[in-house]
Ligand binder design. Structure first.
Ligand SMILES: Nc1ncnc2c1ncn2[C@@H]1O[C@H](COP(=O)(O)OP(=O)(O)OP(=O)(O)O)[C@@H](O)[C@H]1O
Ligand SMILES: [Mg+2]
Length: 249
């Protein structure tokens, strides 16, 4: 289970998160939507301490962290929390000098100290899962954007994280490649993977999410089931955002 309580984060004078509260049960999918600059990426990066919040608390299973401007989080706590999270970025960030197989093996060998044989076997299973077993020997530049993103998903899963975090996983892709990546994420949702996904793909959000969070200016405007947030909100700002999206589609 993931729980965030009263989370605050500023960059200098700019207050970006202003008291965020949320809970995500194991095996559930949370989708975060909201206008540009509302703090979605910052919130996601707080989940694995790529950003250290100023105040509030974060619980991931048995690890509970309380943040305060004066308190320094021990590096081993940061590492133990990161090992429980897998992050998939907008721009895949694969290691360019490693094959697809090498990319999915890397953290297993360096972080988890698995043997090469074991890492390779796991990597092949995961590449199969994302439909890329036959591309194991290809380097990133030999793969399409959608294929690279699927390798990035396999890589994030390789350390068996408690939760997968996605920051707009399809927004850098050509439209015809979006579907293959969303399909992989949908499949993971069906298998019970716990996930937090920032996306602008509303149709996808509506059918993959157990819970939708609509952020605006550093606070959660609305949260609930897709139906509650996307169809039944009475919040004027939420309605304005959703209407604008509707017109763009
Ligand atoms: N490292 C940083 N230093 C200073 N300001 C930052 C930093 N990261 C984010 N910000 C600012 O914080 C605010 C929220 O940014 P964030 O990236 O979380 O928004 P977002 O909701 O993900 O937007 P988008 O939909 O455009 O990705 C923005 O005003 C941004 O400029
Ligand atoms: Mg963002």
């Amino acid at each position: 289970m993931i729980e965030i309580r009263d989370l605050y984060k500023s960059f200098g004078p700019l207050e970006v998160l202003k008291g965020v509260n949320l809970t995500l049960e194991h095996g559930r999918v949370m989708v975060i939507i909201g206008p540009s600059g509302s703090g979605k990426t910052t919130l996601l990066r707080c989940f694995n301490l790529l950003e250290i919040p100023d105040r509030g608390s974060l619980t991931l299973n048995t690890v509970k962290l309380d943040f305060a401007p004066s308190a320094k989080i021990p590096q081993r706590t940061v590492l133990s929390l990161r090992q429980q999270t897998g992050m998939v970025f907008q721009s895949y960030n694969l290691f360019p000098h490693m094959t697809a197989l090498g990319n999915v093996m890397e953290a297993q060998v360096t972080v988890q100290k698995r043997s090469k044989e074991e890492a390779k076997a796991t990597a092949m299973v995961l590449l199969g899962k994302v439909g890329l077993a036959e591309k194991a020997a290809a380097y990133p530049h030999q793969l399409s954007g959608g294929q690279q993103q699927r390798v990035a998903i396999a890589r994030a899963m390789a350390v068996e994280p408690e939760v997968l975090l996605f920051d707009e996983p399809t927004s850098a892709l050509d439209p015809e490649l979006v579907g293959e990546v969303l399909k992989v994420i949908r499949q993971l949702a069906r298998e019970g993977m716990t996930m937090v996904i920032v996306t602008h793909e509303m149709k996808f959000a509506a059918d993959v999410a157990d819970r939708i969070i609509l952020m605006d200016q550093g606070v959660i405007l609305e949260q609930g089931t897709p139906q509650q947030v996307l169809e039944q909100t009475k919040n004027p700002r939420a309605m304005q955002f959703l209407n604008r999206l509707g017109r763009e589609e």
